[in-house]
Ligand binder design. Structure first.
Ligand SMILES: *Cc1c(COP(=O)(O)O)cnc(C)c1O
Length: 388
């Protein structure tokens, strides 16, 4: 039986897969089982930030693999401590809780915010504001947090306690802030929603309201974080000071890990028994994270900002595209005529992997991609777009 047939037979159809059977990868190139190479502008949806099979990352992960991979969170582990220490030192947060994914990290953040508010103010102050077009994960609670109707089907009842604010609408925000709100959860660049960067004025209004009313600011940096936007976290570029930050995707460099970063106010909200996970932050995933974080520095951020600016400039020059948005190497573009999925399929045939976000194209190349590789991918894309 053909592999793709077996896939359909054995694996739940939650993804509409593209017709390529991936075999291995090196740097920004992914190879299929026939040995055909594809330039990868997706980084596994923002995960493999140094490309595939990065030698430094592989060495650190292999060393850990040879020592121990999992012991549970009942015991200390130097590797886990090293990953947490780097997150604390680089972000200024006070404590870290490791999880396995973005959704789980957001669950942890929601729990921390509600507990903070309950400890301090008692009942009735448990509502969380989220923004239209947001995406926070696929669990029942994080789906409730996504302010998009498409996510609020099939699985009723969803977790109560979320209210939705129109993105960038300062009046709607003012109207919805009241004494029942304990937190505001947002992405500074909405990834799945279409690579939409929030307005700086809207963000500063949020920060002011949070400061004035002791509402916790939770920033979901699952897609934007770990250098992707040209700084460790995208919120730094807007001068925000969040109380909780979540990250995942790129953190492990390819291994599943998420983290909840707890800043001053919430640093001691979780005590023994308040939250937990079996796999979360195990030594193997933390070895990947510790390596990734060790590579996050100003040189990397500068190169991301420069390459991001170049990518945007080139996309802006293309007549078939408009509304080029994003920050650093997280970039989106609207198509003037063509359909995003069809363009992605045509690019795939030409040896280029790109993503969609809603009806837009989304570019998340590895952060260490070379300019000539960016040029090569763009040439492929522009050639494809010429046919529409
Ligand atoms: C991908 C993503 C998530 C969900 O992460 P998973 O690891 O798939 O659970 C949450 N928030 C944002 C902003 C994301 O991009």
């Amino acid at each position: 039986m053909e592999l793709t047939e077996k896939d359909r037979l054995y694996i739940a159809h939650t993804y509409h897969r593209y017709p390529i059977i991936v075999d291995h990868g090196k740097g920004a190139i992914v190879y299929d089982v026939q040995g055909k190479g594809y330039l990868d502008f997706t980084s596994g949806i923002g995960v493999n930030l140094f490309g595939h099979s990065d030698p430094g990352w592989k060495q650190v992960v292999m060393n850990q693999l040879n020592k121990i991979t999992h012991v549970s969170n009942l015991y200390y582990s130097e590797t886990v401590i090293q990953a947490a220490e780097q997150l604390v030192l680089k972000s200024g947060c006070k404590k870290v809780f490791f999880a396995n994914s973005g959704a789980e990290s957001n669950e942890g953040a929601i729990k921390a915010a509600r507990k903070y508010s309950h400890d301090r103010y008692g009942e009735g102050r448990d509502q969380i504001l989220t923004l239209t077009h947001s995406f926070h994960g696929r669990t029942i609670t994080t789906l409730a947090a996504c302010a998009q109707d498409v996510f609020h089907r099939h699985y009723m009842p969803f977790t109560p306690g979320f209210q939705y604010v129109n993105t960038n609408d300062t009046e709607d925000l003012s109207a919805k802030v009241n004494d029942h709100i304990c937190a505001i959860l947002l992405e500074v660049v909405q990834g799945e929603g279409g690579v939409l960067a929030l307005e700086p004025t809207f963000l500063s209004q949020i920060q002011q309201l949070c400061d004035a009313k002791d509402i916790l600011l939770i920033i979901d940096e699952v897609q934007t974080g770990i250098g992707r936007c040209g700084s460790l976290f995208a919120y730094e570029r807007y001068g925000l000071h969040p109380d909780i930050v979540t990250c995942a995707k790129a953190l492990g460099g390819g291994l599943p890990i998420g983290a909840v970063l707890l800043f001053d106010k919430v640093s001691d909200v979780f005590q023994a028994g308040d939250h937990g996970t079996t796999f979360g932050g195990n030594p193997l995933a933390c070895a990947g994270a510790a390596y990734v974080l060790s590579q996050c520095n100003e040189n990397l951020y500068q190169s991301v900002r420069a390459k991001g600016a170049y990518l945007k400039k080139r996309l802006n020059e293309c007549k078939a595209l408009h509304s080029v948005t994003g920050l650093g190497l997280m970039v989106g573009a609207s198509l003037t005529a063509a359909n995003a999925r069809q363009v992605v399929e045509a690019c795939l045939k030409q040896g280029l992997l790109i993503l969609t976000a809603k009806d837009r194209l989304r570019f998340l190349p590895p952060l260490n991609i070379r300019i000539d590789q960016l040029d090569h991918g763009l040439a492929t894309l522009f050639k494809v777009l010429n046919h529409w």
